[in-house]
Write a protein that binds this ligand. Structure first.
Ligand SMILES: CC(C)[C@H](C(=O)O)[C@@H](O)C(=O)O
Ligand code: SF4
Length: 480
């Protein structure tokens, strides 16, 4: 192994090379494979047809999340309630058959550990620093928040990993996003990543793995780091990474699948070596001043269409690039917005707090803190809180957060992807707006014709209280 200074990405990559090919591609060992119901059925079917087994079933974890309804899943007698939508029911049944046939660890729809695949990986200690993690899902980048090299793969690659526990890959370029200074009050990791995407654009990270560096990330909780890394894919990057540190180790210790005893100590000793070396070169570098970042929302139909809460809807003519002008015109037409409108004058009818970006316990605590003792505005027709996992839900209930949401007039649901993409019945009606803590504001993402404004959990809570996009700093209380 060379002694030249290496980035964190290069260290993880080098540690997983099974074979280097002459064309520069490498066969990479995959430590962890997460599986959900949408992108796995054809992969299992192909294995079945070829008469192949899953090579390392113990390195695979499956869970249904996209299609599960978020209304009650068991009746009063504790019996499972059948899923109404035939396609969803079929996908869940297929996953159940596949995990049984191939001997894969599985948290079923009514297991208390069930949840969004990117929430349960770190929560279970299944996702660990320095590992390679894949899933047939673009937001796999999320797990980079604990220092894992984690990325989404296609269904044929899912099949390859199931069969061989390896992938043939080309190395990525490296990009450093260095954030200097600290985040101000009311400014969250979600605002930070929206701001970063606004800066680099949705294509800015293409071909790169981003390492997020700087004191902001050292000071940030693991859950905040997961939020940031989660949206790396919206900046076009293959993956995101944040170097593991004592905060990461404290978060992972004693989790069900984390190493224990002497193995834990050995693991931590290794994880401590997973820092970018002094003098290591990145292929690209971006520097951001945290002090410039305000609570941020999206105005358009791309995650790069961001604006500070104090700002206005942009005029397409403001963009220099004619292609951007045209995209902005289309976005504004879809979003039903007029250039120059104050962001804080935009009324919303729907609130969604959830998704693999923002449905962990800290997200729910922060939103509940804004909603405590308040009620949602009259203009809000639908407001749901969807915890990221059954364990997050239990924890939130133990802390009384569910009561705060319900007393405010919101619905408290079962875990899953829900209105993040509306593959289940949770959809935003056409022409209506939603302040959403999810990660994509694409045309039709939350339902046909739905208009999404991406926000942080506290900003979603603030919008629920006032019925319009609102600067959460106006609603924050002095600490008691
Ligand atoms: C359904 C799945 C393949 C998809 C993804 O890859 O990201 C979904 O999770 C999403 O967020 O759009
Ligand atoms: S919560 Fe949304 S972004 Fe995350 S995996 Fe589910 S659908 Fe994809």
């Amino acid at each position: 192994m060379s002694s030249r200074p290496r980035t964190l990405y290069e260290k993880i990559w080098d540690a997983h090379v099974v074979e280097r090919r002459d064309d520069g591609t490498c066969l990479i060992f995959i430590d962890r494979h997460l599986v959900h119901e949408v992108t796995s059925p054809q992969a299992f079917e192909a294995l079945r047809l070829a008469g192949r087994k899953v090579r390392r079933p113990e390195l695979t974890l499956a869970v249904p999340d996209h299609n599960v309804p978020t209304t009650a899943r068991v009746d009063d007698a504790g019996n499972p309630i059948p899923i109404v939508d035939p396609q969803s029911a079929q996908q869940l049944a297929a996953l159940e058959r596949n995990v049984a046939d191939f001997g894969i660890r599985y948290f079923g729809a009514i297991a208390r550990e069930q949840g969004i695949v990117h929430v349960i990986g770190p929560e279970q200690g299944f996702s660990l620093p320095g590992t390679t993690i894949v899933c047939g899902d673009s937001h796999t980048a999320c797990h980079g928040g604990i220092g894992a090299l984690a990325f989404g793969i296609g269904t044929s690659e899912v099949e390859h990993v199931l069969a061989t526990q390896t992938l043939l890959l080309s190395p990525s370029r490296t990009m450093e996003v260095r954030v200097e200074g600290s985040l101000g009050p009311g400014v969250t990791p979600k605002d930070l990543i929206l701001h970063i995407i606004g800066r680099i654009g949705t294509g800015g990270g293409t071909g790169h793995v981003i390492e997020y560096r700087g004191r902001v990330f050292e000071e940030m909780s693991v859950e905040g780091r997961l939020t940031v890394s989660n949206m790396s894919i919206e900046g076009g990057a293959r993956a995101g990474l944040i170097a593991p540190d004592d905060t990461t180790f404290a978060y992972l210790k004693d989790r069900p699948y984390a190493p224990k005893g002497a193995e834990w100590d050995q693991a931590v000793a290794y994880w401590r070596s997973l820092q970018t070396d002094e003098g290591a070169q990145f292929d690209a570098s971006i520097i951001i001043d945290a002090a410039e970042i305000e609570p941020t929302v999206t105005w358009g139909t791309s995650p790069e269409d961001i604006v500070a809460i104090g700002g206005r809807v942009p005029d397409p003519a403001d963009f220099a690039d004619p292609a951007k002008q045209e995209a902005a015109r289309k976005s504004l037409a879809y979003m039903g917005l007029t250039p120059g409108t104050q962001i804080r004058d935009i009324a919303v009818e729907n609130i969604f707090i959830g998704s693999c970006t923002n449905s962990r316990i800290e997200d729910l605590r922060a939103a509940a803190e804004i909603l405590r003792g308040r009620t949602i505005a009259d203009g809000i027709k639908w407001a749901i809180v969807v915890p990221g996992s059954g364990l997050v839900k239990m924890q939130a209930e133990a802390e009384g957060l569910d009561r705060i949401f319900i007393d405010a007039g919101m619905e408290w649901r079962e875990p899953g992807c829900s209105a993040c993409l509306g593959m289940n019945p949770d959809k935003v009606p056409a022409g209506e707006r939603c302040a959403s803590t999810s990660n994509r504001n694409f045309v039709g993402r939350q339902g046909p014709g739905a208009r999404t404004h991406l926000v942080s959990p506290v900003m979603a809570a603030a919008a629920a209280v006032t019925g319009r996009l609102t600067d959460v700093r106006e609603l924050q209380r002095e600490p008691a």
